[in-house]
Write a protein that binds this ligand. Structure first.
Ligand code: GLA
Length: 380
């Protein structure tokens, strides 16, 4: 990744003029509320100090020219009048998708020169793509004076991903990248698109442990989970699982395939845990935080079936060190990726030692540990 000055220098030497603006959007870690966003439910993420930076300058022609500094300075350009999917440079489809959706809402925009760099680990479940989309939207909004709101930007980013890139993600990642708060986590209501921030206790650290398990089948498994949730909502006759109760689920159990029952059980209980975790953090009840994060992990493992053995191992090891002084669970879409731990700062070293001592010998893989801070979103 380039630093800000290096990015601006690279822009000048590539485009022959200085960048008019440099923007940033963060990645995110989800503390709790997994696979609830596309069920109209609650999520509780924080924006993190890893993100995407873009140096940009608007153009008078209709071309968008984007350069990915972290992919060997790859350049991709396209005309606003004919935005097609690019089968050769997959990263460029985020730019193409975002610009296409933006253009539908703001037909008067012109071209743009963009130079991109970032440090969100890719494929780790920390939303490198949402951070990219939101940074692009910030750049266009600033350059063309569009005054996009955070919610508008999040919806455009999600639309680009759903309708252009081809991933049916929910709204969580884009919303928190846009609207996260410094030192805060945010409780998002993914149906109403409203949110409440809460300040994270000063003595707790957000620690992310990247299992480095190569994520396979993520998109197909993700889409299958979505379909199973929709099937359950259909049987329960609710618009989304957000509106279902455990009583309703039990009543309809005989009509539901066992897997579909389990998926709905996860979503309904996860929504309740997410609200409970927000209240527990506000009240400083860390033992409760510990309990709901542990239950969330078990639910993802047994009901939603999205964890892998390496991730389960990390969670067990860390939970043993932390006890009820903090919480730990898998975070993100699943099938690899990261574990998030919310732990007393004084336990960070002990948790790191435990991971370093046992993870490699048990799994043959090396974990990466990031001690993070919660940052402001790009539209906050
Ligand atoms: C991915 C998606 C989000 C959300 C999570 C699971 O990160 O992009 O919308 O569904 O998975 O909680």
């Amino acid at each position: 990744m380039l630093n800000r000055q290096e990015l601006q220098d690279a822009f000048l030497s590539h485009f022959g003029q200085p960048a008019a603006l440099t923007v940033h959007a963060p990645g995110r870690v989800n503390l709790i509320g997994e696979h609830t966003d596309y069920n109209g439910g609650f999520v509780f993420p924080a924006a993190i100090n890893f993100g995407t930076w873009i140096a940009a300058c608007k153009r008078s022609d209709n071309q968008v020219v984007a350069v990915a500094m972290d992919i060997n300075g790859n350049e991709n350009s396209f005309n606003l009048d004919d935005i097609q999917f690019d089968h050769n440079q997959s990263w460029a489809n985020y730019v193409r998708g975002v610009v296409k959706m933006l253009q539908q809402a703001y037909p008067d925009i012109n071209g743009m020169s963009l130079m991109i760099t970032g440090n969100v680990p890719q494929g780790a479940g920390l939303s490198s793509s949402a951070s990219f989309e939101i940074a692009l939207l910030r750049a266009f909004s600033d350059a063309y004076g569009l005054s996009l709101t955070g919610v508008e930007a999040a919806l455009l980013g999600q639309k680009a991903e759903n309708d252009f890139v081809g991933c049916s993600c929910g709204i969580m990642d884009q919303l928190v990248s846009a609207l996260g708060g410094e030192d805060q986590a945010m409780l998002l209501d993914c149906e109403a698109l409203t949110y409440r921030h809460t300040t994270l206790p000063d003595d707790l650290a957000i620690v992310i442990i990247n299992s480095n398990v190569k994520r396979g089948l993520v998109d197909s498994e993700y889409n299958i989970r979505r379909e199973q949730c929709e099937e359950a909502a259909g049987v329960l006759q609710v618009t989304s699982l957000r509106h279902a109760t455990l009583e309703q689920l039990e009543q309809h159990k005989p009509e539901l395939k066992n897997t579909v029952y389990q998926r709905a059980h996860h979503v309904i209980t996860e929504n309740a845990r997410t609200l409970a975790m927000f209240d527990a953090l506000e009240a400083g009840d860390i033992a409760k935080v510990s309990q709901v994060m542990a239950e969330s992990h078990v639910s993802m493992r047994d009901d939603f079936e999205i964890t892998v053995p390496q991730i389960d191992f990390l969670v067990e090891q860390i939970a043993q060190v932390v006890g009820d002084k903090g919480g730990v669970r898998m975070t993100g879409g699943g099938f690899g990726g990261c574990v998030v731990a919310l732990i007393p700062k004084k336990l960070v070293e002990k948790v790191s030692d435990t991971v370093n001592n046992f993870y490699h010998s048990h799994t043959g893989l090396t974990a990466a540990i990031y001690v993070c801070s919660a940052e402001r979103g790009a539209f906050a």
